[in-house]
Design a protein around this ligand. Sequence first.
Ligand code: UD1
Ligand code: CA
Length: 455
Amino acid sequence: MKLAVVILAAGLGKRMHSSLPKVLHPLADRPLLGHVLEAARALAPARIVVVHGHGGEQVRSSFATHDCVWVEQAEQRGTGHAVIQAMPAVADLDRVLILYGDVPLIAPETLRDLMDASTDTRLGLLTAELDDPSGYGRIVRDDQGRVVRIVEEKDASVEERALTEINTGFLIADRRGLADWLGSIGDDNAQGEYYLTDIIGIAAREGVAIATTRPTALAEIAGVNDRVQLADLERIYQRWVAEDLMRSGVSLADPGRFDLRGRLVSEPDAYIDVNVIIEGEVRLATGVRIGPNCVLKNCTIGPQTQVMANCIIEDAVVGANARIGPFARLRPGARLADHTHVGNFVELKSTTLGQGSKVNHLSYLGNTEIGKNVNVGAGTITCNYDGANKFKTTINDGAFIGSNTALIAPVTVGAGATIGAGSVITRDTPSGQLTLTRVRQTTIIGWQRPGKKTT
Ligand code: UD1
Ligand code: CA
Protein backbone atom coordinates (compact mmCIF):
# COMPACT_ATOMS: atom_id res chain seq x y z
CA MET A 1 0.00 0.00 0.00
CA LYS A 2 1.82 3.07 -1.22
CA LEU A 3 0.92 6.21 0.69
CA ALA A 4 0.57 9.72 -0.74
CA VAL A 5 0.31 12.68 1.59
CA VAL A 6 -1.47 15.71 0.13
CA ILE A 7 -1.03 18.93 2.06
CA LEU A 8 -3.54 21.69 1.33
CA ALA A 9 -1.84 25.06 1.56
CA ALA A 10 -3.55 27.28 -0.97
CA GLY A 11 -5.39 29.43 1.58
CA LEU A 12 -4.77 33.15 1.30
CA GLY A 13 -4.53 33.75 5.01
CA LYS A 14 -6.20 37.15 4.79
CA ARG A 15 -6.66 37.40 8.53
CA MET A 16 -2.90 37.31 9.08
CA HIS A 17 -2.70 40.78 7.44
CA SER A 18 0.72 39.91 6.14
CA SER A 19 2.75 39.98 2.97
CA LEU A 20 4.18 36.63 4.05
CA PRO A 21 2.08 33.64 2.93
CA LYS A 22 0.32 32.16 5.95
CA VAL A 23 2.06 28.78 5.83
CA LEU A 24 5.44 30.53 6.02
CA HIS A 25 4.66 32.21 9.33
CA PRO A 26 6.93 30.66 11.95
CA LEU A 27 6.00 28.55 14.92
CA ALA A 28 9.06 27.87 17.08
CA ASP A 29 11.13 29.54 14.37
CA ARG A 30 10.00 27.11 11.69
CA PRO A 31 7.32 27.78 9.05
CA LEU A 32 3.93 26.22 9.75
CA LEU A 33 4.28 24.17 6.58
CA GLY A 34 7.63 22.88 7.85
CA HIS A 35 5.90 21.36 10.89
CA VAL A 36 3.32 19.68 8.67
CA LEU A 37 6.01 18.36 6.32
CA GLU A 38 7.83 16.90 9.29
CA ALA A 39 4.69 15.10 10.47
CA ALA A 40 4.14 13.83 6.92
CA ARG A 41 7.70 12.60 6.60
CA ALA A 42 7.44 10.69 9.86
CA LEU A 43 4.95 8.41 8.06
CA ALA A 44 7.50 7.57 5.34
CA PRO A 45 5.06 8.15 2.46
CA ALA A 46 5.95 7.36 -1.14
CA ARG A 47 5.19 10.97 -2.07
CA ILE A 48 4.26 14.29 -0.53
CA VAL A 49 2.23 16.70 -2.64
CA VAL A 50 1.72 20.30 -1.55
CA VAL A 51 -1.15 22.26 -3.08
CA HIS A 52 -0.23 25.95 -3.06
CA GLY A 53 -2.08 29.03 -4.18
CA HIS A 54 -1.49 31.47 -6.95
CA GLY A 55 2.01 32.93 -6.76
CA GLY A 56 3.34 30.15 -4.58
CA GLU A 57 6.97 30.77 -5.61
CA GLN A 58 7.82 32.15 -2.19
CA VAL A 59 6.46 29.03 -0.51
CA ARG A 60 8.17 26.70 -2.98
CA SER A 61 11.51 28.41 -2.71
CA SER A 62 11.38 28.27 1.09
CA PHE A 63 11.29 24.49 0.81
CA ALA A 64 13.55 24.12 -2.21
CA THR A 65 15.55 21.34 -0.59
CA HIS A 66 12.49 19.28 0.29
CA ASP A 67 11.56 16.45 -2.00
CA CYS A 68 7.88 17.19 -2.43
CA VAL A 69 5.74 17.69 -5.49
CA TRP A 70 4.19 21.14 -5.90
CA VAL A 71 0.77 21.60 -7.42
CA GLU A 72 -0.85 24.95 -8.01
CA GLN A 73 -4.48 25.68 -7.29
CA ALA A 74 -4.74 29.03 -9.00
CA GLU A 75 -8.24 29.81 -7.79
CA GLN A 76 -9.60 28.91 -4.36
CA ARG A 77 -12.66 26.92 -5.20
CA GLY A 78 -12.82 24.76 -2.10
CA THR A 79 -11.04 21.89 -0.41
CA GLY A 80 -12.47 19.34 -2.86
CA HIS A 81 -11.24 21.41 -5.78
CA ALA A 82 -7.80 21.64 -4.14
CA VAL A 83 -7.55 17.85 -3.79
CA ILE A 84 -8.72 17.38 -7.39
CA GLN A 85 -5.67 19.42 -8.50
CA ALA A 86 -3.40 16.99 -6.66
CA MET A 87 -4.92 13.76 -8.00
CA PRO A 88 -2.78 13.49 -11.20
CA ALA A 89 0.33 13.73 -9.00
CA VAL A 90 -0.70 10.65 -6.99
CA ALA A 91 -2.22 8.54 -9.77
CA ASP A 92 0.24 5.67 -9.26
CA LEU A 93 -0.25 5.38 -5.49
CA ASP A 94 -2.74 3.50 -3.30
CA ARG A 95 -3.86 5.65 -0.39
CA VAL A 96 -4.11 9.40 0.07
CA LEU A 97 -3.82 11.15 3.41
CA ILE A 98 -4.98 14.78 3.50
CA LEU A 99 -3.16 17.26 5.77
CA TYR A 100 -3.33 21.06 6.08
CA GLY A 101 -0.46 23.53 5.80
CA ASP A 102 -1.97 25.75 8.49
CA VAL A 103 -2.63 23.00 11.06
CA PRO A 104 0.91 22.56 12.38
CA LEU A 105 0.69 20.49 15.54
CA ILE A 106 -0.80 17.31 14.10
CA ALA A 107 1.08 14.38 15.63
CA PRO A 108 2.37 11.49 13.50
CA GLU A 109 0.96 9.04 16.09
CA THR A 110 -2.52 10.44 15.57
CA LEU A 111 -2.15 10.02 11.81
CA ARG A 112 -0.82 6.49 12.26
CA ASP A 113 -3.84 5.65 14.43
CA LEU A 114 -6.13 6.95 11.70
CA MET A 115 -4.31 4.93 9.05
CA ASP A 116 -4.33 1.78 11.16
CA ALA A 117 -8.04 2.10 11.92
CA SER A 118 -8.73 2.50 8.19
CA THR A 119 -6.72 -0.38 6.77
CA ASP A 120 -9.84 -2.48 6.12
CA THR A 121 -11.92 0.32 4.74
CA ARG A 122 -11.63 2.83 1.93
CA LEU A 123 -12.19 5.95 3.99
CA GLY A 124 -11.17 7.12 7.43
CA LEU A 125 -11.83 10.42 9.18
CA LEU A 126 -10.24 12.13 12.13
CA THR A 127 -13.06 13.64 14.15
CA ALA A 128 -13.30 15.43 17.47
CA GLU A 129 -15.89 16.13 20.11
CA LEU A 130 -16.11 19.84 20.90
CA ASP A 131 -18.15 21.71 23.49
CA ASP A 132 -18.41 24.52 21.00
CA PRO A 133 -18.46 23.05 17.50
CA SER A 134 -19.23 26.32 15.74
CA GLY A 135 -17.44 26.94 12.48
CA TYR A 136 -16.73 23.28 11.82
CA GLY A 137 -18.33 20.74 9.56
CA ARG A 138 -20.48 18.33 11.61
CA ILE A 139 -20.30 14.54 11.44
CA VAL A 140 -23.75 13.13 10.76
CA ARG A 141 -24.28 9.51 11.87
CA ASP A 142 -27.24 7.21 11.43
CA ASP A 143 -29.07 5.51 14.31
CA GLN A 144 -26.50 2.75 14.29
CA GLY A 145 -23.65 5.19 14.66
CA ARG A 146 -22.42 4.87 11.09
CA VAL A 147 -21.08 8.05 9.49
CA VAL A 148 -23.43 9.02 6.69
CA ARG A 149 -22.16 12.45 5.70
CA ILE A 150 -20.51 15.68 6.77
CA VAL A 151 -22.50 18.87 6.70
CA GLU A 152 -20.73 22.23 6.66
CA GLU A 153 -21.99 24.66 9.27
CA LYS A 154 -23.25 27.11 6.67
CA ASP A 155 -25.37 24.38 5.08
CA ALA A 156 -26.51 22.76 8.33
CA SER A 157 -30.01 22.65 9.78
CA VAL A 158 -30.62 23.72 13.36
CA GLU A 159 -30.56 20.05 14.48
CA GLU A 160 -27.33 19.40 12.60
CA ARG A 161 -25.70 22.45 14.13
CA ALA A 162 -26.40 20.97 17.55
CA LEU A 163 -24.13 18.01 16.72
CA THR A 164 -20.88 18.24 18.64
CA GLU A 165 -18.77 15.75 16.71
CA ILE A 166 -16.84 17.77 14.16
CA ASN A 167 -14.75 17.18 11.08
CA THR A 168 -11.09 18.00 11.70
CA GLY A 169 -10.46 17.88 7.95
CA PHE A 170 -7.84 15.15 8.24
CA LEU A 171 -8.82 12.08 6.26
CA ILE A 172 -7.37 9.06 4.57
CA ALA A 173 -8.90 7.51 1.49
CA ASP A 174 -8.30 4.83 -1.03
CA ARG A 175 -6.85 6.68 -4.03
CA ARG A 176 -9.19 5.18 -6.63
CA GLY A 177 -12.23 5.75 -4.47
CA LEU A 178 -11.18 9.33 -3.78
CA ALA A 179 -10.77 10.03 -7.49
CA ASP A 180 -14.22 8.59 -8.24
CA TRP A 181 -15.99 10.37 -5.39
CA LEU A 182 -14.36 13.69 -6.23
CA GLY A 183 -15.66 13.19 -9.78
CA SER A 184 -19.21 13.51 -8.51
CA ILE A 185 -19.01 16.50 -6.16
CA GLY A 186 -20.45 19.86 -7.19
CA ASP A 187 -20.47 23.41 -5.86
CA ASP A 188 -24.18 23.80 -5.28
CA ASN A 189 -23.96 24.80 -1.62
CA ALA A 190 -24.00 27.82 0.67
CA GLN A 191 -20.41 28.79 -0.19
CA GLY A 192 -20.42 27.87 -3.87
CA GLU A 193 -17.35 25.71 -3.27
CA TYR A 194 -16.30 22.17 -4.11
CA TYR A 195 -16.32 20.61 -0.65
CA LEU A 196 -13.95 17.73 0.02
CA THR A 197 -16.40 16.77 2.75
CA ASP A 198 -19.04 15.88 0.16
CA ILE A 199 -17.17 12.67 -0.69
CA ILE A 200 -18.22 11.23 2.67
CA GLY A 201 -21.91 11.18 1.79
CA ILE A 202 -21.14 9.77 -1.65
CA ALA A 203 -18.96 6.99 -0.26
CA ALA A 204 -21.46 6.17 2.47
CA ARG A 205 -24.24 5.81 -0.12
CA GLU A 206 -22.02 3.34 -1.96
CA GLY A 207 -21.95 1.30 1.24
CA VAL A 208 -18.39 2.22 2.20
CA ALA A 209 -17.82 1.84 5.93
CA ILE A 210 -16.17 4.99 7.27
CA ALA A 211 -13.69 4.61 10.09
CA THR A 212 -13.20 7.42 12.59
CA THR A 213 -10.50 8.11 15.13
CA ARG A 214 -9.70 10.94 17.55
CA PRO A 215 -6.57 13.00 18.13
CA THR A 216 -4.73 12.71 21.45
CA ALA A 217 -4.87 16.48 22.02
CA LEU A 218 -7.25 19.03 20.53
CA ALA A 219 -4.36 21.39 19.75
CA GLU A 220 -3.29 18.92 17.07
CA ILE A 221 -6.28 19.83 14.94
CA ALA A 222 -6.22 23.57 15.57
CA GLY A 223 -5.66 25.71 12.51
CA VAL A 224 -3.98 29.09 12.29
CA ASN A 225 -6.10 31.84 10.81
CA ASP A 226 -4.70 34.86 12.61
CA ARG A 227 -1.75 35.86 14.76
CA VAL A 228 -3.66 35.29 17.98
CA GLN A 229 -4.22 31.64 17.12
CA LEU A 230 -0.59 31.38 16.03
CA ALA A 231 0.62 32.71 19.38
CA ASP A 232 -1.73 30.32 21.22
CA LEU A 233 -0.30 27.34 19.34
CA GLU A 234 3.24 28.56 19.96
CA ARG A 235 2.59 28.43 23.73
CA ILE A 236 1.03 24.98 23.49
CA TYR A 237 3.95 23.71 21.42
CA GLN A 238 6.44 25.20 23.90
CA ARG A 239 4.60 23.59 26.79
CA TRP A 240 4.80 20.20 25.06
CA VAL A 241 8.52 20.41 24.34
CA ALA A 242 9.17 21.71 27.86
CA GLU A 243 7.30 18.76 29.34
CA ASP A 244 9.22 16.31 27.14
CA LEU A 245 12.50 17.83 28.34
CA MET A 246 11.48 17.74 32.00
CA ARG A 247 10.37 14.13 31.65
CA SER A 248 13.76 13.28 30.18
CA GLY A 249 15.58 14.73 33.20
CA VAL A 250 16.12 18.41 32.43
CA SER A 251 14.98 20.90 35.07
CA LEU A 252 13.27 24.06 33.88
CA ALA A 253 12.81 26.83 36.43
CA ASP A 254 9.55 27.71 34.68
CA PRO A 255 8.27 25.77 31.65
CA GLY A 256 6.15 28.84 30.82
CA ARG A 257 9.28 30.91 30.35
CA PHE A 258 11.30 28.62 28.13
CA ASP A 259 11.49 28.69 24.35
CA LEU A 260 12.89 26.01 22.13
CA ARG A 261 13.28 27.10 18.53
CA GLY A 262 15.17 24.14 17.20
CA ARG A 263 16.44 21.03 18.92
CA LEU A 264 17.83 20.55 22.38
CA VAL A 265 19.64 17.37 23.24
CA SER A 266 20.35 17.29 26.93
CA GLU A 267 21.80 14.80 29.32
CA PRO A 268 20.00 14.42 32.64
CA ASP A 269 20.42 16.97 35.41
CA ALA A 270 20.86 20.05 33.28
CA TYR A 271 19.13 23.05 34.83
CA ILE A 272 17.69 25.90 32.80
CA ASP A 273 16.61 29.10 34.50
CA VAL A 274 13.87 31.42 33.22
CA ASN A 275 13.72 33.19 29.85
CA VAL A 276 16.26 31.03 28.08
CA ILE A 277 15.94 30.74 24.30
CA ILE A 278 17.41 27.73 22.55
CA GLU A 279 17.89 27.97 18.79
CA GLY A 280 19.23 25.62 16.16
CA GLU A 281 20.90 22.53 17.58
CA VAL A 282 22.04 22.75 21.18
CA ARG A 283 23.63 20.05 23.32
CA LEU A 284 23.90 20.25 27.08
CA ALA A 285 25.89 17.73 29.06
CA THR A 286 24.97 16.55 32.51
CA GLY A 287 25.00 19.08 35.33
CA VAL A 288 25.05 22.13 33.06
CA ARG A 289 23.37 25.19 34.56
CA ILE A 290 22.06 27.89 32.30
CA GLY A 291 21.24 31.14 34.08
CA PRO A 292 18.32 33.42 33.29
CA ASN A 293 17.97 35.36 30.02
CA CYS A 294 20.49 33.43 27.95
CA VAL A 295 20.30 32.77 24.23
CA LEU A 296 22.01 29.55 23.11
CA LYS A 297 22.27 28.79 19.43
CA ASN A 298 24.05 25.87 17.76
CA CYS A 299 26.35 25.16 20.64
CA THR A 300 27.60 22.36 22.85
CA ILE A 301 28.15 22.87 26.57
CA GLY A 302 30.20 20.36 28.54
CA PRO A 303 29.43 18.69 31.86
CA GLN A 304 29.02 20.81 35.00
CA THR A 305 29.62 24.05 33.14
CA GLN A 306 27.80 27.11 34.45
CA VAL A 307 26.49 29.76 32.14
CA MET A 308 25.40 32.70 34.26
CA ALA A 309 22.71 35.26 33.51
CA ASN A 310 22.44 37.18 30.25
CA CYS A 311 24.90 35.33 28.03
CA ILE A 312 24.65 34.89 24.28
CA ILE A 313 26.37 31.83 22.87
CA GLU A 314 26.37 31.01 19.18
CA ASP A 315 28.23 28.38 17.15
CA ALA A 316 30.50 27.67 20.08
CA VAL A 317 31.80 24.65 21.93
CA VAL A 318 32.42 24.78 25.67
CA GLY A 319 34.12 22.05 27.68
CA ALA A 320 33.52 20.76 31.19
CA ASN A 321 33.49 22.75 34.43
CA ALA A 322 33.73 26.10 32.66
CA ARG A 323 32.18 29.30 33.97
CA ILE A 324 30.71 31.81 31.57
CA GLY A 325 29.15 35.18 32.24
CA PRO A 326 27.20 36.92 33.45
CA PHE A 327 26.94 39.10 30.33
CA ALA A 328 29.37 37.19 28.13
CA ARG A 329 29.10 36.76 24.39
CA LEU A 330 30.57 33.73 22.64
CA ARG A 331 30.42 34.27 18.91
CA PRO A 332 30.94 31.73 16.13
CA GLY A 333 34.14 29.76 16.44
CA ALA A 334 34.59 30.23 20.18
CA ARG A 335 36.07 27.06 21.66
CA LEU A 336 36.54 26.84 25.38
CA ALA A 337 38.38 23.94 26.97
CA ASP A 338 37.64 22.54 30.42
CA HIS A 339 37.91 24.73 33.52
CA THR A 340 37.95 27.98 31.57
CA HIS A 341 36.40 31.23 32.80
CA VAL A 342 34.89 33.91 30.61
CA GLY A 343 33.46 36.78 32.59
CA ASN A 344 31.32 39.83 32.14
CA PHE A 345 31.46 41.95 29.01
CA VAL A 346 33.82 39.58 27.25
CA GLU A 347 33.34 38.83 23.57
CA LEU A 348 35.10 35.92 21.90
CA LYS A 349 35.06 35.31 18.15
CA SER A 350 36.97 32.50 16.40
CA THR A 351 38.96 32.07 19.57
CA THR A 352 40.24 29.00 21.35
CA LEU A 353 40.74 29.13 25.08
CA GLY A 354 42.95 26.35 26.47
CA GLN A 355 42.32 24.46 29.67
CA GLY A 356 42.24 26.55 32.83
CA SER A 357 42.55 29.89 31.01
CA LYS A 358 40.60 32.94 32.15
CA VAL A 359 39.30 36.07 30.50
CA ASN A 360 37.32 37.55 33.29
CA HIS A 361 36.38 41.10 32.39
CA LEU A 362 35.75 43.52 29.52
CA SER A 363 37.72 41.98 26.66
CA TYR A 364 37.44 41.37 22.95
CA LEU A 365 39.40 38.45 21.59
CA GLY A 366 39.09 37.57 17.91
CA ASN A 367 41.06 35.07 15.78
CA THR A 368 43.01 34.15 18.85
CA GLU A 369 44.56 30.95 20.04
CA ILE A 370 45.13 30.85 23.74
CA GLY A 371 47.02 28.03 25.46
CA LYS A 372 46.54 26.58 28.91
CA ASN A 373 46.40 28.51 32.17
CA VAL A 374 46.60 31.91 30.55
CA ASN A 375 45.23 34.92 32.41
CA VAL A 376 43.90 37.68 30.21
CA GLY A 377 43.50 40.88 32.21
CA ALA A 378 40.54 43.22 32.15
CA GLY A 379 40.22 45.36 29.07
CA THR A 380 42.53 43.31 26.86
CA ILE A 381 41.73 43.71 23.19
CA THR A 382 43.06 41.85 20.20
CA CYS A 383 43.33 44.26 17.28
CA ASN A 384 42.71 41.53 14.71
CA TYR A 385 41.30 43.59 11.87
CA ASP A 386 42.99 46.32 9.88
CA GLY A 387 39.84 47.27 8.03
CA ALA A 388 40.52 44.80 5.22
CA ASN A 389 42.00 41.59 6.61
CA LYS A 390 41.94 39.63 9.84
CA PHE A 391 45.07 38.47 11.61
CA LYS A 392 45.82 35.92 14.26
CA THR A 393 46.97 36.36 17.83
CA THR A 394 48.63 33.49 19.67
CA ILE A 395 49.05 33.50 23.43
CA ASN A 396 51.03 30.54 24.71
CA ASP A 397 50.60 28.51 27.92
CA GLY A 398 50.91 30.26 31.21
CA ALA A 399 51.10 33.80 29.83
CA PHE A 400 49.75 36.69 31.89
CA ILE A 401 48.34 39.63 29.98
CA GLY A 402 48.13 42.80 32.04
CA SER A 403 44.98 44.88 32.01
CA ASN A 404 44.17 47.15 29.13
CA THR A 405 46.62 45.56 26.71
CA ALA A 406 46.15 45.97 22.98
CA LEU A 407 47.58 43.06 21.01
CA ILE A 408 48.11 44.18 17.42
CA ALA A 409 47.82 41.02 15.32
CA PRO A 410 49.57 39.14 13.88
CA VAL A 411 51.42 38.68 17.12
CA THR A 412 52.53 35.89 19.44
CA VAL A 413 52.99 36.03 23.19
CA GLY A 414 55.49 33.44 24.40
CA ALA A 415 54.75 30.82 27.05
CA GLY A 416 54.92 32.16 30.57
CA ALA A 417 55.40 35.73 29.30
CA THR A 418 54.01 38.65 31.28
CA ILE A 419 52.70 41.73 29.54
CA GLY A 420 52.61 44.91 31.59
CA ALA A 421 49.29 46.66 31.96
CA GLY A 422 48.41 49.26 29.38
CA SER A 423 50.81 47.90 26.74
CA VAL A 424 50.35 48.10 23.00
CA ILE A 425 52.03 44.95 21.74
CA THR A 426 53.04 45.06 18.10
CA ARG A 427 55.84 42.47 18.02
CA ASP A 428 56.16 38.90 19.33
CA THR A 429 57.10 38.79 23.01
CA PRO A 430 59.62 36.33 24.43
CA SER A 431 58.69 33.48 26.77
CA GLY A 432 59.10 33.92 30.46
CA GLN A 433 59.94 37.65 30.28
CA LEU A 434 58.10 40.82 31.23
CA THR A 435 57.32 42.94 28.19
CA LEU A 436 55.64 46.27 28.42
CA THR A 437 55.23 49.43 26.40
CA ARG A 438 54.58 52.29 28.67
CA VAL A 439 55.53 55.94 28.92
CA ARG A 440 57.40 56.44 32.17
CA GLN A 441 55.51 58.10 34.96
CA THR A 442 56.90 61.47 35.95
CA THR A 443 56.09 63.90 38.69
CA ILE A 444 56.65 67.65 38.26
CA ILE A 445 57.78 68.86 41.61
CA GLY A 446 56.29 72.14 42.75
CA TRP A 447 53.75 72.35 39.94
CA GLN A 448 50.68 74.35 40.88
CA ARG A 449 47.17 74.28 39.58
CA PRO A 450 46.10 77.46 37.87
CA GLY A 451 43.74 79.58 39.99
CA LYS A 452 40.87 81.85 38.88
CA LYS A 453 42.12 85.13 37.37
CA THR A 454 41.32 88.17 39.49
CA THR A 455 40.83 91.51 37.70
C1 UD1 B 1 -12.93 22.70 6.41
C2 UD1 B 1 -13.92 21.57 6.29
C3 UD1 B 1 -14.73 21.45 7.57
C4 UD1 B 1 -13.81 21.27 8.75
C5 UD1 B 1 -12.76 22.38 8.80
C6 UD1 B 1 -11.73 22.05 9.83
C7 UD1 B 1 -14.48 21.47 3.93
C8 UD1 B 1 -15.47 21.82 2.90
N1 UD1 B 1 -14.77 21.83 5.18
O1 UD1 B 1 -13.69 23.88 6.54
O2 UD1 B 1 -15.63 20.38 7.50
O3 UD1 B 1 -14.55 21.25 9.95
O4 UD1 B 1 -12.09 22.48 7.52
O5 UD1 B 1 -10.90 23.17 9.99
O6 UD1 B 1 -13.49 20.86 3.63
N2 UD1 B 1 -7.84 25.19 1.04
C9 UD1 B 1 -7.21 25.14 -0.18
N3 UD1 B 1 -7.90 25.48 -1.29
C10 UD1 B 1 -9.20 25.86 -1.26
C11 UD1 B 1 -9.85 25.91 0.00
C12 UD1 B 1 -9.15 25.56 1.13
O7 UD1 B 1 -6.01 24.82 -0.26
O8 UD1 B 1 -9.75 26.15 -2.32
C13 UD1 B 1 -7.10 24.84 2.25
C14 UD1 B 1 -6.92 26.03 3.15
O9 UD1 B 1 -5.66 26.63 2.92
C15 UD1 B 1 -6.98 25.43 4.55
C16 UD1 B 1 -7.84 24.18 4.35
O10 UD1 B 1 -7.85 23.91 2.98
O11 UD1 B 1 -5.71 24.99 4.97
C17 UD1 B 1 -9.22 24.31 4.93
O12 UD1 B 1 -9.85 25.36 4.25
P1 UD1 B 1 -10.89 26.27 4.99
O13 UD1 B 1 -11.43 27.22 4.03
O14 UD1 B 1 -10.28 26.81 6.24
O15 UD1 B 1 -12.01 25.20 5.34
P2 UD1 B 1 -13.13 25.37 6.38
O16 UD1 B 1 -14.21 26.18 5.77
O17 UD1 B 1 -12.60 25.81 7.67
CA1 CA C 1 -10.63 26.62 8.51
